[in-house]
Write a protein that binds this ligand. Structure first.
Ligand code: SF4
Ligand code: SF4
Length: 154
């Protein structure tokens, strides 16, 4: 299956040779494994600061493709959607999924062995069980007060 993220022509294992802030735009985008977890709504415990992921997805998330349905123009609909950059990872890491390549590299951890950059196959993130494809419900369907019934393991 063709990869919805352009990972062609990249230097082999560039993520082990460069810091995040040294990567080109294409390299940076290629780090995304396509899991869809950052498009899930989160619940934050006001006292402990702990963040729980729910399977209640952003209104623009397409559960069938596991991608944003309006990525280039998403901010017209979801202005709060964060554009991840090397500069803002430190501020956002606390809510990013443990599996996320950006968070892992920022923490000095390796990419997981199912990452499409290592396997050459965009399907391996889905086969690994990490992806949210076919697992979400839309925020249109679940009232805010019921999100806690949909908490998932990170
Ligand atoms: S959680 Fe990270 S790896 Fe997964 S889709 Fe979001 S940015 Fe990409
Ligand atoms: S706007 Fe798109 S990229 Fe942003 S959280 Fe929603 S589905 Fe994900």
């Amino acid at each position: 299956m063709s990869d919805p993220i352009d990972r062609s022509g990249l230097t082999p294992r560039f993520w082990e040779r460069k810091r995040l802030d040294q990567m080109s735009k294409v390299e940076w985008e290629a780090l995304c494994d396509g899991c869809g977890r950052c498009c899930l709504n989160k619940l934050e415990d006001e006292d402990t600061g702990e963040v729980a992921l729910t399977r209640v997805a952003c209104r623009l998330f397409d559960d069938a493709t596991c991608r944003c349905a309006q990525y280039p123009i998403r901010h017209q609909f979801v202005p709060e959607c964060i554009v991840m950059t090397p500069e803002n990872i430190a501020k956002n890491a606390y809510w990013m999924p443990e599996t996320c390549a950006y968070k892992r590299l920022w923490q000095g951890r390796p990419l997981p062995d199912w990452h499409p950059l290592l396997t050459g196959d965009p399907e391996t993130v889905h086969a690994s069980g990490v992806s949210m494809r076919h697992k979400t419900v839309s925020e249109f369907e679940v009232a805010d007060e019921d999100w806690e019934d949909h908490i998932i393991d990170d």
